[in-house]
Structures are given as structure tokens and as C-alpha cells.
Ligand binder design. Structure first.
Ligand SMILES: [Zn+2]
Length: 480
């Protein structure tokens, strides 16, 4: 009986499926349209994009490796235990011994790995024409970042060691609670106290584009009356936008480079995505998922630390001993390195949600595809499935364009957006291919706006929306 009804259900489902397939005739093939968008990049642009992103695969492992070598030197030469003994004699209070140890350890580590940081953060960024900074500008920000990191980091380490010393064997449970609370507090303070050190944040000037973005935000229940624009061009040409802060300080910011380089539809598509992060409360769900990751990592670190420091190896008395800090952070760093695909998948899970939310909220599939192309400057467009699963914390450019073209095809079929070509507007090229300083000059009208005429024929319609925000050099010409 049960089997029979299951068979009937399957048959009904199969018929429904085939009936559906006949109703989903699309005005264009999303696969072909995706190819057409990808073809706007010339082979050099594709090669540059692939090489930049693939280089990042190695970079994320070499950095920690340098840290492990420094930590091993600290332990093996006896410097760690001598430093702890020296500090204990002078400082006496445990909390301050830990903080002083953390300061010395981090400072020496930073000096020893500076060459690597300089190559990754400055030389390589210039090789790929992404940076807009002189060495002096970069180095100033490097020092500011390191200083803030040192201050916040050693405070966090001091408090974590206090928990370890008090809670002993169960520290990893209490430590997780502390780590999450600390991240939330820093997240809340960052937009107010940290971000303004590196960039100027100003309300987006009045424009039809600003109005349209605020409409989208408010339509989705975001109580925003303002959007912040930050001068990302101070550091790089690449486009970006983000949701930062936590709780009360949560806000959406967009880069000036985004306004300079993208069509209004592109800007709306990106902000639709950010509004998605906001509405779906991703800061909270990320925190919850990361709690699970951290509790496992802390538990494993506890186990590995005790195993490696058995019988007071390297003079380490217990996990609460500051002399074991290089070992503690190496073990923890190693675990998080192995967890790279897990944390990437956690983030990508949220990014996919925000993408779909953004498409539905902003209804700018072409703007969405445009953004995916411009993001190729720092993200490879077509990875293998393994690469995407392991290394990507956002969907790949291909996945994003395909998602947008599928959305567009089905909504054209639905009749709630005007019919038009599947791929990019005629003649559209990303600015890094044509060398045209302002891609809006090529221009297109996003679907839904003045829809009767073919988009490429009315560049003027888009240029009127251009907010005159910044005076930074064009992406094709970095300042140095
Ligand atoms: Zn996102």
C-alpha cells in the first residue's frame, strides 16, 4: 500500500516536472548569456585575474608558515622561557606578564615577517595595478594597523590567558564565549573608532541613484536614511561595498571606486547584495556559526598543546604559561589553516544568500553581472569546483553571472521585466579592458528604466545619475 502510494506520488511528480519544463521556455539561454558576459574580458585580463587569485592560494599558507618558523625559533632557542622568567621577576602580576610577553612576541614576529608583508601588501598589489599608494602611504597605514592590532591583540590575549588560568581544563568552552563576545564588541566599535583612521566616510551626495538605493533599502525594512561613501581609492582601484559594525553600529558603506566605475544599475546590484546581508542579519548568524568553529578549534588546540608540551618540553609548565604562547598560537593557527575550506564555506553560504536577495531586491541582473566582471580584478572568474569549494569565500564570477542571467531569463519569461538581449549590452566592456576611464561613457540603461529602447543607445540616461563624489585617478592610471 505504502509502496503503491509512493509510486503514484513519483508518477505525479514526474508528470508535474515535465509539465513545468514545457512552461519554462526562456527568451534566451542563460548559459550562452553567461558566456557572452565572460567574453567581454580579453585573454590578458583573464590571465591577470587568474594569476592574481591563484597566487593568493599560496600566500594564505606561506604567511602562517613564516609564523610557525618564528614560533619554533622562540621555543627551540629557549628565548620563550627566558623571556617569561625575566618578565615574571620584574612585572609580577600574571595578567601583565602575559600582555608584555604578547607584545614582545608579536613585535619581534612583525619585524621578522615584514619583508613578506611588504611583498604581499605593497609590491604585489602594484604588480597587478591595484594599489594607488606610494610606499610612504602604505607604510604609514601598515604601522597604524600593526599598532592597533598589537593593542587590541595583546589585550585579548591577556584576557584569554586569565580565563585559561582560572578555568583550567574547561578553558576552551569559556574561552569561546569570551572570543565571540570580544569579536562582537570590536565589531561594534570598529566603524566608529577604527575604520575612520584609514578612510574618510561621508554621506553619499544627493542623486537619483542615491534615492533609488534608499528606496530599495526601505522597501526591505532597512531603516536607512543615509549611505556612507568611503574613499577606498586612497588604497586601491578595486570596487567594494560592505556591511560593518554590530548591533547599533551596523551600517552599509560603499566605495568611491564603485561609484566611479560602475553604472547606476551596477551600484544598485551591489547595494542590493549588501542590503541582503543587513536584512538577513548575517553578522549575527556568522557569529553563531563561527562560535561552533571556534569551540572545536579551541578544544583541539587544548589537546594538541598538551600533547606537544608534555613533560615540560621547551620549559612550558602548562597551557596557562605565557612561555607556551608561541606553541599555543601555532597550534591554533594550524587548526584554523586546516579549517580554511570550512570558514570559506560558512562565508560563501551567506554570500550566496545575499546574492539572491540582492537580485530580487534590486532587480538589476545586468548590473550584477557587470559587478562580477569588475570583481575579476581580485577574484578568478572560472575556478574548478574544488577550487571554488576550498578557496572561495564568495561565489565565483561565473556562478554569479550565471545566477543573474538565469534570474533575468526567468523574469523576462514572467513578463515582469522588459524583454531584451540575454548577454551584456552592445559594446559593453569592463573599463580595465577598453582603457576607457569611465565605463559609464559606454553605458547602458538597467532593465526597468526607460525600457522601450535598446539600452546601449542611451548612454546619457545613465550619466545623468553620476554622482560627482571623488577626484581620484581613473582605474587605468594608478597614481604610482
Ligand atoms: Zn557580501
Amino acid at each position: 500500500m505504502r509502496l503503491l502510494s509512493l509510486a503514484a506520488f513519483t508518477a505525479a511528480f514526474a508528470t508535474a516536472g515535465s509539465a513545468m519544463a514545457t512552461t519554462t521556455a526562456l527568451p534566451f539561454d542563460p548559459d550562452v548569456a553567461t558566456r557572452e558576459w565572460l567574453a567581454t574580458m580579453d585573454p590578458e585580463a583573464v590571465a591577470r585575474s587568474n594569476s592574481y587569485f591563484e597566487g593568493g592560494y599560496w600566500i594564505q599558507f606561506v604567511g602562517p608558515l613564516i609564523g610557525f618558523i618564528i614560533a619554533f625559533a622562540f621555543l627551540q632557542t629557549g628565548f620563550a622561557k627566558h623571556l617569561r622568567a625575566w618578565l615574571e621577576k620584574r612585572v609580577k602580576i600574571y595578567f601583565f606578564v602575559v600582555i608584555a610577553f604578547a607584545l614582545v612576541y608579536t613585535l619581534i614576529g612583525s619585524v621578522l615577517s615584514f619583508g613578506w608583508d611588504y611583498w604581499v601588501g605593497f609590491v604585489r598589489e602594484h604588480d597587478y595595478e591595484l594599489s594607488t599608494q606610494t610606499f610612504a602611504q602604505w607604510f604609514t597605514e601598515y604601522l597604524q594597523g600593526a599598532g592597533i592590532g598589537l593593542l587590541i591583540g595583546s589585550l585579548a590575549i591577556g584576557l584569554l590567558y586569565l580565563i585559561i588560568a582560572v578555568a583550567k581544563k574547561t578553558w576552551w568552552i569559556w574561552g569561546t564565549g569570551f572570543a565571540i563576545a570580544f569579536v562582537a564588541v570590536i565589531g561594534m566599535l570598529a566603524p566608529v573608532f577604527i575604520s575612520p583612521i584609514f578612510n574618510d566616510y561621508n554621506p553619499m551626495p544627493q542623486s537619483p541613484l542615491r534615492e533609488s538605493v534608499l528606496q530599495i533599502a526601505q522597501a526591505n525594512g532597512v531603516p536607512a536614511n543615509d549611505l556612507m561613501v568611503y574613499d577606498r581609492s586612497r588604497q586601491t582601484n578595486s570596487i567594494s561595498a560592505n556591511v560593518s559594525g554590530f548591533g547599533e553600529t551596523t551600517r552599509i558603506s560603499l566605495a568611491d571606486t564603485l561609484l566611479q566605475r560602475e553604472s547606476p544599475g551596477g551600484v544598485r546590484a551591489v547595494l542590493g547584495h549588501e542590503i541582503g546581508h543587513y536584512v538577513l542579519q548575517h553578522t549575527v548568524s556568522l557569529l553563531i556559526m563561527n562560535t561552533l568553529l571556534i569551540v572545536v578549534a579551541f578544544g583541539l588546540a587544548n589537546f594538541l598543546f598538551n600533547l606537544l608540551s608534555k613533560d615540560e618540553r621547551w620549559g612550558i609548565r602548562s597551557i596557562a604559561d605565557p612561555a607556551g604562547m608561541p606553541l599555543f598560537f601555532s597550534v591554533l593557527g594550524f587548526i584554523f589553516l586546516l579549517a580554511t575550506p570550512i570558514s570559506n564555506n560558512i562565508i560563501r553560504f551567506h554570500e550566496l544568500q545575499a546574492d539572491m536577495f540582492g537580485l530580487n531586491a534590486a532587480r538589476e541582473p545586468d548590473g550584477f553581472a557587470e559587478s562580477a566582471i569588475l570583481l575579476s580584478e581580485y577574484r578568478k572568474m572560472e575556478p574548478t569546483p574544488f577550487e571554488e569549494w576550498f578557496f572561495y569565500d564568495h561565489p565565483s564570477g561565473y556562478a554569479r553571472i550565471h545566477m543573474a542571467m538565469t534570474w533575468k531569463a526567468h523574469h523576462m519569461a514572467l513578463g515582469d521585466i522588459p524583454m531584451g538581449p540575454g548577454g551584456p549590452p552592445d559594446g559593453w566592456r569592463p573599463d580595465f579592458v577598453t582603457g576607457v576611464p569611465d565605463p559609464r561613457a559606454v553605458g547602458y540603461t538597467p532593465p526597468g528604466e526607460e525600457a522601450a529602447t535598446p539600452p546601449a543607445e542611451q548612454p546619457a540616461a545613465t550619466t545623468t545619475e553620476t554622482p560627482a563624489t571623488t577626484t581620484e585617478p581613473s582605474p587605468a592610471a594608478p597614481s604610482n
